[in-house]
Design a protein around this ligand. Structure first.
Ligand code: FEO
Length: 162
């Protein structure tokens, strides 16, 4: 069993993970509109991963005898300046998610909720990977700068993500 406060907090995380999927879909749509299909594909895979994260929270709440309740999803930003801005925003967003996971962990520790701590460990590690991934892409895009050729190489590389 989880506490009512923990149930509420975990439901809040379902909303954030689902919003993440929505945000990455919006970014994919921008890339598709710019004919950067590789980057669009990368963002579609990312969006699917985020729905997987939301489902992990969904299943965990149920396993713990809690009630899943879904809230409205915010509208994501639809237009962007360029790929660099998108990946900078992605990195910023992942830092926000990391902070949210850390707050959930703080709550689990405070409540002596060992099962939730164990459940959240996967997300703590996942967020290290997510931030690292986005930070590396930002760094490469900064080097690419205004080079159209560099951008196309990056597009091809990011499109190989399965
Ligand atoms: Fe589910 Fe990208 O955090």
């Amino acid at each position: 069993m989880i506490s009512k406060a923990m149930e509420k907090a975990l439901n809040g995380q379902i909303n954030k993970e689902t919003y993440s999927a929505y945000l990455y879909f919006a970014m994919a749509a921008y890339f598709d509109s710019e004919n950067l299909e590789g980057m669009a594909g990368f963002m579609k895979v990312q969006a699917q991963e985020e729905m997987g994260h939301a489902m992990k929270f969904y299943n965990y709440i149920n396993e713990q005898g809690g009630r899943v309740t879904l809230d409205a999803i915010d509208k994501p930003q639809a237009s962007y300046k360029n790929p660099l801005e998108i990946f900078q925003l992605s990195l910023k967003h992942e830092k926000f998610i990391t902070d949210s996971i850390n707050k959930l962990m703080d709550q689990a520790i405070k409540e002596n909720d060992h099962a939730t701590k164990e459940f959240l460990h996967w997300f703590v590690k996942e967020q290290v990977e997510e931030e690292d991934h986005m930070a590396k892409i930002v760094s490469k895009l900064e080097r690419v700068g205004e080079s159209g050729q560099g951008l196309l190489i990056m597009d091809a590389q990011l499109g190989s993500r399965k």
